[in-house]
Design a binder for this molecule. Structure first.
Ligand SMILES: Cc1ncc(COP(=O)(O)O)c(C=O)c1O
Length: 448
């Protein structure tokens, strides 16, 4: 392969047609419209709100209990709401800290400041892109109330070690499972390892209700405490452990109850999860097969004990620049020219500890108690935080989108072949994989 044969230089495109994607979009639109029709019998009876967790809300929650193995699930109107509810229930507030990776969507961390606590950002493991247990352990102190891990791109974090650390140090574990529906670790459901598992069901997720979320837990008192965030009928009826029998219909000033339409969408979507995860696993296998002889691309592996779920995206590390190839942007543009939907990492330039919001912004200037009045404000900002692995990796991370799970094998393989073609054209062959870009993958699933 020479650089001249690349589409970016006028050569033939590897991915010839976008029809599979267009057909996928059309089919998805139709399926979801039909799913929504299930709500008609409810609206025909004049019911557009479910306040007591009955009907479709309860049925969806039961489905989540089955999926995760947890005793309780509480549906809400967003994944962010489920994280906020978990933190409130666990006593996160002024004087406390929560440890969370900086390599994640901001909603893993913003509920911490909303509780008036301090986020402490931890590094990730290069192998899996999930929270590094050693860094978590190093950052636990007497203020730490919880650790929030994120199973990013559907890849489960190293849960056995992290659970052990949390138990030994007496801190709670929250799992942000927003990308990882149906994932497992050591055969146990993602969302059942933490005191609370939090799932986004927003429209781009593999289980989706448009805008919705759900929290799972085995602890009936935590469940009741989460009900305080606007699930007022559930609080009133002293759901399960009767934790708040005297509250009447009062709950806190945010209302996280879900819309029934979102629950109908989420329930039908949950019914398709097993099939979607199987198909995504197959697509991931095809992608890795096509890239097996491309040393400048490292598909992000899962731990031996982990079974990926959700597959929010197919993430990879591009290592070609250190091998004499172009930078990541140039590489991705050349792959795009081949017709393949390779993208730069979504969190590029947005590692949370480096964002203006977490590193500089004076949250004391806004209402809502989004800072900790019990300690100096400077200590609550992340501007001095250094996360060597996240900072080193971020500009090399790329991903193929989730929809590849739903399109034909030829198309998926051609999208991956485009990456291999560009690497062969632009990265000098025979170059060694640089030491820095070669994490210790011993014990991980083999590349390819
Ligand atoms: C890792 C992660 N956590 C939390 C959320 C928040 O979910 P929601 O948008 O449903 O509030 C998202 C949403 O994309 C996410 O990606």
């Amino acid at each position: 392969m020479t650089a001249q044969e690349l589409a970016v230089n006028g050569g033939p495109k590897t991915v010839k047609s976008h029809r599979p994607f267009q057909i996928y979009r059309l089919r998805r639109g139709l399926t979801r419209s039909i799913d929504l029709l299930h709500m008609l019998p409810l609206t025909a009876r004049g019911i557009t709100s479910i306040q007591d967790g009955s009907g479709i809300v309860g049925r969806f929650e039961q489905g989540m209990c089955q999926l995760t193995g947890c005793n309780h699930a509480l549906a809400m109107n967003s994944g962010t709401a489920s994280l906020h509810s978990a933190m409130v229930a666990l006593g996160v507030g002024p004087g406390t800290e929560v440890i969370v990776p900086a390599y994640t969507w901001h909603a893993s961390a913003t509920p911490i400041v909303q509780c008036g606590a301090t986020p402490v950002f931890c590094d990730i493991e290069a192998e899996t892109l999930t929270a590094c247990p050693d860094d978590i352990e190093a950052k636990i102190n007497e203020r730490t109330r919880a650790v929030c891990v994120v199973h990013i791109w559907g890849n489960p974090a190293r849960l056995d070690r992290i659970r052990e650390i949390c138990d030994r140090r007496g801190v709670a574990l929250i799992e942000d499972c927003s990308h990882a529906h149906g994932g497992q670790y050591q055969g146990r459901g993602i969302g059942a390892w933490g005191e609370v598992g939090c799932f986004s069901l927003q429209g781009s997720k593999v289980v989706e209700g448009g805008e919705a979320g759900v929290a799972t837990t085995d602890d009936p008192e935590l469940f009741d405490r989460m009900c305080l965030l606007g699930q007022n009928v559930l609080v009133w009826r002293g759901q399960r452990a009767n934790t708040f029998p005297d509250f009447g219909d009062i709950s806190l000033g945010v209302k996280y109850r879900p819309h029934p339409a979102a629950m109908y969408l989420a329930k039908t979507s949950l019914g398709r999860l097993a099939d979607r995860n199987l198909r995504a696993a197959r697509a991931w296998k095809w992608i890795k097969e096509e890239l097996a002889d491309t040393p400048s691309i490292r598909p992000i592996a899962e731990l031996p004990a982990a079974k990926r779920g959700g597959y929010y995206a197919f993430a990879m590390e591009y290592r070609g620049e250190a091998m004499g190839g172009p930078d990541t942007e140039t590489f991705v543009s050349a792959v795009e020219a081949e017709g393949s939907p390779l993208q730069l990492d979504q969190f590029r330039g947005r590692l949370l500890h480096q964002t203006m919001f977490f590193s500089e912004f004076d949250r004391r200037t806004i209402g809502g108690g989004c800072y900790d009045p019990t300690r100096p404000y400077e200590e609550q900002l992340s501007k001095d935080t250094k996360l060597p692995v996240s900072e080193d990796l971020i500009d090399r991370l790329v991903k193929l989108p989730l929809y590849l799970y739903a399109v034909p094998e030829d198309y998926v393989r051609s999208c991956a072949r485009a990456i291999a073609k560009v690497a062969a054209g632009l990265v000098p062959s025979g170059a060694r994989v640089p030491e820095k870009a070669r994490p210790d993958t011993a014990g991980l699933e083999a590349h390819g």
